[in-house]
Design a protein around this ligand. Structure first.
Ligand code: HEM
Length: 340
């Protein structure tokens, strides 16, 4: 009799242990990014006048993002540059949780390095389209990463395509005082440390700085290099840049493209330029001269599969300190935390 009781107690304990394991496994899977997280989750509702019934149609979230990005890109082909920088500045502060999109007098947007970040409005328009289709389903954090991927594909003529896992949740904190992004004069070794703190190694860093293959900076960020002058800069190039950025500082807001080769295209040209002493920001040029990174720069300039490897690094950047599962929330509008 007592043997019977003890064996059934054993069985109950085993079932309890198994359920615990299964439950934690389920929770783990639930709390992780995965490909196609939104499949089956976004259903649009319509009223059918003939039957008098509400109908529900499954929508493809990623397709909606892709189509919206294509329209925005057609209007403004500098979109890839805007979104690449926006994703970097989002992911490096509080993780990829769209905290950079929150408005407020002391939110991340107010921090110095974020003042010239562009593309907030584009993400909000895509969010608007998704909220009209299936409210409360798609996070702003996922939209940032998906839209950047699509813009990069367009700006690279389809050469740079990478798979994005989804399931990010939106953050609820956005403070300018939390923004601690590398400055353009950061030494390479310190930049390596900053990336390492985010789980990105030196190879990832060199690849991600390759995002400076598109977009612009302003004279104020680098013009001291012209008049010191910085010996690592090509002399003819320096003279050319002086015409854009006069010494008296009157042109400190003048835009200058970061990749003087193919400024509108996501490709390996950035590495070719910095190898030739035509890097614009100090950190760009230092990548080509520092013993810690110059080998990789040479390899990439010589065609070492930039398209694929840049995509891989973007995937890693997009997974920095993400919030998933029960963490964070799905904001109704990207510019504000849901209060209720
Ligand atoms: C050490 C790391 C980095 C530093 C110091 C840095 C610094 C800067 C600076 C100073 C600008 C110009 C801002 C202005 O003139 O308004 C800029 C632009 C840009 N950055 Fe970076 N950056 C870094 C890494 C990255 C990464 C990892 C990405 C993306 C993956 C990125 C993407 C961009 C893009 C695309 C632009 C042009 C933006 C536009 O045209 O609006 N940067 N960066």
């Amino acid at each position: 009799m007592s043997r019977g009781i003890s064996s059934s107690v054993n069985a109950v304990a085993k079932i309890a242990a198994l359920s615990f394991v299964l439950l934690s496994l389920a929770r783990q899977c639930y709390g992780q990014l995965r490909p196609g997280f939104y499949t089956g989750k976004c259903n649009s509702r319509d009223f059918d006048f003939f039957s008098g019934q509400i109908t529900s149609t499954e929508e493809n979230v990623e397709e909606i993002v892709t189509q919206k990005v294509a329209k925005e890109f057609a209007r403004d082909p500098t979109l890839a540059a805007a979104l690449l920088r926006l994703q970097f500045h989002d992911c490096f502060v509080e993780g990829c949780d769209a905290s950079i999109l929150i408005n407020g007098t002391s939110s991340e947007q107010q921090a110095g390095p974020n003042k010239s970040v562009r593309g907030y409005d584009v993400i909000e328009r895509i969010k608007g389209a998704l909220e009209r289709t299936c409210p409360g389903v798609v996070s702003c954090a996922d939209i940032v990463v998906l839209a950047t991927r699509d813009a990069v594909a367009l700006a690279s003529n389809g050469n740079v395509r990478y798979p994005v896992r989804t399931g990010r949740r939106d953050g609820m904190t956005s403070l300018a005082s939390n923004v601690n992004l590398p400055s353009p004069t950061i030494p390479v070794s310190q930049s390596i440390d900053a990336f390492q703190k985010k789980g990105l190694n030196v190879t990832d860093m060199v690849l991600l700085l390759g995002a400076h293959t598109v977009g612009i900076t302003h004279c104020g960020f680098f013009q001291d290099r012209l008049y010191r002058p910085d010996p690592t800069m090509d002399t003819n190039f320096r003279e050319f840049l002086k015409t854009r950025c006069p010494q008296d500082g009157s042109g400190s807001n003048n835009p200058v493209v970061l990749d003087q080769g193919t400024p509108m295209s996501v490709d390996k040209s950035y590495y070719v330029q910095i190898k030739r002493g035509r890097g614009i920001l100090q950190i760009d040029q230092d990548l080509a001269t520092s013993g810690l990174t110059n080998k990789m720069v040479f390899e990439l300039a010589n065609g070492f599969d930039f398209a694929f490897r840049f995509g891989q690094a973007m995937v890693k950047l997009g997974e920095v300190e993400v919030k998933t599962g029960e963490n964070g929330q799905i904001r109704r509008t990207c510019a504000a935390v849901n209060l209720l």
